[in-house]
Design a protein around this ligand. Structure first.
Ligand code: CP
Ligand code: NVA
Length: 318
């Protein structure tokens, strides 16, 4: 195997990757291009080690399968190393401040990925750290997933502009990042959600303005049938996110009419694809026949976490 280098510039032009809102539509397309180049090289078995000798510290205050493994494997494939740091075992679990943690970790590692509850914690970490900080999910946003999702849609549909993505379910972190990502990409993002579970008003307003600039659209519906009508992509996420476990019974009831099943997807375009960030709860937000059916691309989607994040790591840390 021969080591290869890709001609590249700093696409993001910023230290951190915290929210899709911080990226321009052009940044997103360039990152997707870089991800595709890195993916192709990896597929051909070519070594690409721009992060040789570099370490990513990964702080997890919530569970993870995809984010943890794809970042760790991604760092390894790029020639670097990743450290898993459990929030409860770090001194932050015993009250050391985020700011001190950021300053200390910056002495040892070349980048920090964090998954936590409050979005403000990630912003504070980024402010105090001298190394790049990547948001691996907060209660407010999941930008790495949204970027990987655009990569998947682009690969499967050959374009982004003009496509309609219908997100059925909770106006949560996933909805926020996807809404902004679709708006920046000139897509139509339609959410179907119960009235009390709309995305945050300010985020929706910002996304609507962004969509207008890019000939896209953001629409909010309480009727799932209306949201899903003629959709190219049908998307769902869990009804109860990490940290909301106590609300589970109330949520199961609130979302019962928002399940993605064969009668609901009959309103989408015939060639629709089904996506889900995973983990999924079959029988709740989606039925088995849809998520395990022929239109589902959820594992292709999961695979792309690796490739999209490698582009982020290279852009911020190489
Ligand atoms: N989609 C996603 O972020 O999965 P994990 O919670 O397993 O990381
Ligand atoms: N909304 C979900 C996404 C998991 C990847 C959660 O926050 O638990």
């Amino acid at each position: 195997m021969k080591a290869v280098s890709l001609p590249r510039k700093n696409i993001l032009g910023q230290k951190d990757f915290l929210a899709i809102a911080d990226l321009s539509g052009e940044d997103i397309l360039e990152l997707l291009d870089l991800a595709k180049q890195i993916k192709t090289k990896h597929g051909m078995g070519e070594e690409y080690h721009p992060l040789k000798g570099k370490t990513l510290g990964m702080i997890f205050e919530k569970s993870s399968t995809r984010t943890r493994v794809s970042f760790e494997v991604g760092m390894f494939q790029l020639g670097g190393h990743a450290l898993f740091l459990s929030g409860s075992e770090l001194q932050i679990g015993r009250g050391e401040t985020i700011s001190d943690t950021a300053k200390v970790l910056s002495q040892y590692v070349d980048g920090i990925m964090i998954r936590t509850f409050e979005h403000s914690k990630v912003e504070e970490l980024a402010k105090s750290a001298t190394v790049p900080v990547i948001n691996g999910l907060t209660d407010l946003a999941h930008p790495c997933q949204a970027l990987a999702d655009l990569l998947t849609i682009q690969e499967k549909k050959g374009k982004l502009k003009g496509l309609k993505l219908a997100y059925i379910g909770d106006g949560n972190n996933m909805a926020h990042s996807l809404m902004m990502a679709c708006a920046k990409a000139g897509m139509h993002f339609a959410i179907g959600c119960p009235d009390g579970y709309r995305p945050e008003a300010q985020i929706s307003e910002n996304a609507k303005k962004e969509a207008e600039k890019n000939n896209g659209k953001v629409t909010i519906h309480t009727s799932p049938e209306e949201a899903i009508k003629d959709a190219d992509i049908v998307y769902s996420d869990v009804w109860t996110s990490m940290g909301q476990e106590k609300e589970n019974a109330i949520r199961l009831d609130a979302f019962k009419d928002y399940q993605i099943n064969s009668s609901l997807v009959a309103h989408a375009k015939k060639d629709f694809y089904f996506m889900h960030c995973l983990p999924a709860h079959r029988g709740e937000e989606v039925t088995e026949d849809v998520i395990d059916g022929s239109r589902s691309i959820v594992f292709h989607q999961a695979a792309n976490r690796l490739h999209a994040q490698k582009a982020i790591l290279v852009d911020l840390m190489a």
